[in-house]
Design a binder for this molecule. Structure first.
Ligand code: NI
Length: 170
């Protein structure tokens, strides 16, 4: 097992559409394990492969943040097939430092994908689970939660991060 580096906004890989996983091989198994460990250590409740620099359609979600081993969900090629309702919840992202903002998303989703054995699986989630699934699947399409904020809030954040980066360069 290994801890992976989590890429930070504005890294370009975070903005790419990730590729479909064609073969769930040993590399994907190892990546899923390392992503779960990296997410737990951060700590976070979700992580998508592009966040660790791998542009593949793979996500891990664990609402227990590592407290309950059977809560870990690994989804390959996940797709949202059904959405219902609206919910507003505060979000943050391991790739978007120093920002938490309220985002409006669907309250209930059904996600279809594959597990690590290649079986088709369907996951239903509401509230926090629905939000986490939508947030992680967004990452696979190069979207970040700041894309759901107003233009003003987003540009304020981008300006602030540019200033921080300039200060770090001295
Ligand atoms: Ni995120």
């Amino acid at each position: 097992m290994a801890l992976l580096e989590i890429l930070q906004f504005p890294h370009p890989v975070l903005r790419q559409r990730a590729d479909e996983v064609r073969e769930i091989d040993a590399t994907i198994h190892r990546l899923a394990r390392d992503m779960a460990e990296t997410m737990h250590r951060a700590p976070g409740i979700g992580l998508a492969a592009p966040q660790v620099g791998v542009s593949s359609r793979l996500i891990v979600v664990d609402l227990s943040a590592g407290e309950e081993p059977d809560q870990l969900l690994v989804l390959v090629n996940p797709e949202i097939v059904c959405k219902e309702g609206k919910i507003r919840m505060e979000e943050g992202c391991l790739s978007v430092p120093d920002l938490r903002e309220t985002v409006t998303r669907c309250e209930r989703v059904v996600v279809r994908g594959q597990d690590l054995q290649g079986n088709m699986v369907e996951v239903e989630g509401d509230e926090l689970m629905a939000v986490a699934l939508q947030h992680e699947i967004d990452h696979l399409d190069g979207m970040l939660f700041i894309d759901h904020l107003s233009q003003l809030k987003r540009s304020r954040y981008v300006a602030r991060q540019k200033k921080v980066a300039a200060e770090q360069r001295g």
